[in-house]
Design a protein around this ligand. Structure first.
Ligand SMILES: Nc1ncnc2c1ncn2[C@@H]1O[C@H](COP(=O)(O)OP(=O)(O)O)[C@@H](O)[C@H]1O
Ligand SMILES: [Mg+2]
Ligand SMILES: [Zn+2]
Length: 509
């Protein structure tokens, strides 16, 4: 007898349907799987057999062939245990075929018949719902991430026997209660890292605010202990809340990478991979073509602390995704594309010992050492960082002073208003922030008055700016004007933007 059960597979961050078909017939007892290239799926035969037996159900002593279609797509992992088991139970008449019609099954089985969590559940549930499927059975541990998807009934049992009883009409399961994004957003807690806790550093905080408002990448240069890491960690607290669509995309990626803890990701990601990270762990790839740090940081912040310490090849591999907002990962048979739209925040010391330029002149590095150190950051990478600032050590007076700093909530209000202006301006263009402008858009949105044009011509010459450096300056000036609520870029906006170019000039030319 033949039985068909529906399941799902993943292509990048999107799910697509897979059919598990079993044929049970005469011949010597055997259990074969077809269309399953991955070793993990072969192991699943042992788990399915034991799980059925240990659930006190009947495993037929017949010739069983389980076939997963389409055959040419990648199907890996253990999420087909449950659909294969259900197909066997249906083909042997233990479950009525009508009962499982149109229902999707995903889940790994333990030998005892428990249903174990699998990666990538959310994208598969989203795909199933959008393709009109009405019911899905998935592991209890994946229930929370799935519960935000509308339009599909979700069942999240702990064991195979529960699934059997439900579809055999013996004991119905209740669907998982739906959760709403608005409730989650309302219950959001105060940020763990607040700008109010950072003493002094007004210039650095201002630069962070501008970076957040325009989506600009930022590099901080300063001695150890000046608060660079602290500033970077506080950045997510002044970014606007994620929309539901953004949260779903982030959760999908975290789900695929298996780093999801609990349900939906509600806070913008903050990823800080160590400088020993390999190129693959940063950009994604490997045997399973998993998302890397740049994709885990999607819609959030990628913080690279001590930038020159990273492998040169790893840093160079960031250039393309910084430009495109996505990364293409190649695997044996095909390629997958993962989103990678993040704000890059980088920090570094000005020299190997960290004290070059200090007032008290402690630096012991030779000029060559300093140059070799700075040269690790390539020109093309620097070109993608719109804002560069120096973060000097905090003065003692500022450290012990009583003055209250602005909280992240107050700064975030201004950032949100500046972002709204950008969304309005770029409506229908596919852009949503100033950092994304290309040269045509810069000409359109960053027009200067004749007086300012003259002034910029002089600055351009005096600072020996490159054309690229000049366009970055204009983008940042646009954001400063947006923060000020101004339609046009004015002289004071330009002069402030010039400051964020001076570090680059001081150290790299
Ligand atoms: N501006 C500041 N306000 C309050 N604490 C600070 C400040 N700067 C540094 N610190 C303290 O010094 C420690 C080291 O700062 P950190 O951000 O790690 O510096 P860096 O990354 O520049 O080496 C922090 O944990 C914090 O306690
Ligand atoms: Mg640090
Ligand atoms: Zn030094």
């Amino acid at each position: 007898m033949i039985a068909k059960i529906l399941s799902f597979a993943l292509d990048g961050i999107d799910g697509y349907p897979v059919t598990v078909e079993t044929d049970i017939g005469g011949g010597l007892p055997a259990f074969d799987t077809v269309g399953l290239p991955d070793a993990a799926v072969k192991e699943s035969r042992d788990r399915v057999k034991s799980a059925i037996k240990n659930s006190t159900l009947n495993f037929p002593q017949m010739k069983i062939v389980a076939n997963l279609a389409p055959a040419d797509t990648r199907k890996e992992g253990s999420l087909y245990d449950l659909p294969i088991a259900m197909a066997i139970l249906t083909a042997t008449g233990q479950v009525d075929a009508h009962a499982t019609e149109g229902c999707v099954f995903i889940g790994e089985l333990s030998l005892k018949g428990e249903i174990r969590r699998v990666n990538g559940v959310l994208p598969m549930v989203i795909a199933a719902a959008s393709q009109g499927y009405k019911r899905i059975v998935l592991p209890a541990e994946n229930a929370e991430e799935a519960s935000y998807v509308e339009g599909i009934e979700i069942f999240a049992p702990a064991t195979l026997i529960e699934v059997f009883r439900h579809f055999a009409g013996l004991a119905p399961m209740s669907p998982v209660p739906a959760r709403r994004w608005s409730d989650v957003a309302a219950a959001r807690e105060n940020p763990a890292h607040d700008f109010a806790d950072i003493r002094g550093q007004y210039a650095a905080k201002r630069a962070m605010e501008i970076a957040a408002a325009g989506g600009h990448n930022i590099l901080m240069v300063g001695p150890p202990g000046s608060g660079k890491t602290m500033l970077a960690r506080a950045l997510p607290s002044i970014l606007p809340d994620m929309t539901f669509a953004e949260a779903l995309e982030v959760t999908k990626i975290h789900s695929i990478a298996g780093v999801l803890s609990g349900g939906i990701v509600t806070e913008r990601p903050f990823r800080s991979p160590h400088h020993t990270a390999s190129t693959v762990s940063l950009t994604g790839g490997g045997r399973r073509a998993e998302p890397g740090e740049i994709s885990l940081a999607n819609h959030g912040v990628l913080f690279l602390d001590e930038l020159p310490e990273y492998q040169h090849s790893a840093l160079e591999a960031l250039r393309q995704p910084l430009e495109d907002g996505f990364i293409t990962v190649t695997r044996v048979q095909n390629t997958v594309r993962y989103p990678a739209r993040f704000m890059l925040v980088a920090s570094m010391n000005p020299c190997p010992c960290g004290h070059y330029g200090d007032k008290n002149g402690q630096c012991r590095c030779t000029l060559q050492q300093i140059q070799r150190y700075l040269k690790k950051i390539s020109g093309p990478l620097l070109d993608r960082i719109d804002i560069q600032i120096e973060v000097p050590a905090v003065e003692y007076g500022e450290m012990v002073g009583k003055d209250k700093s602005e909280s992240s909530a107050v700064i975030r209000e201004r950032v949100c208003r500046a972002r709204e202006r950008q969304l309005e301006r770029y409506r229908g263009t596919g852009l949503y922030n100033n950092a994304q402008m290309d040269s045509t858009q810069i000409r359109r949105w960053c027009a200067l008055c004749p007086g300012d044009e003259k002034m910029m011509e002089q600055i351009f010459r005096r600072m020996n700016l490159s054309a690229r450096g000049y366009t970055r300056l204009l983008k940042v000036a646009r954001t400063i004007a947006d923060l000020a609520g101004e339609e046009n870029i004015g002289t004071e906006h330009l002069l402030e933007a010039v400051q964020y170019r001076s570090v680059d000039k001081k150290y790299w030319s």
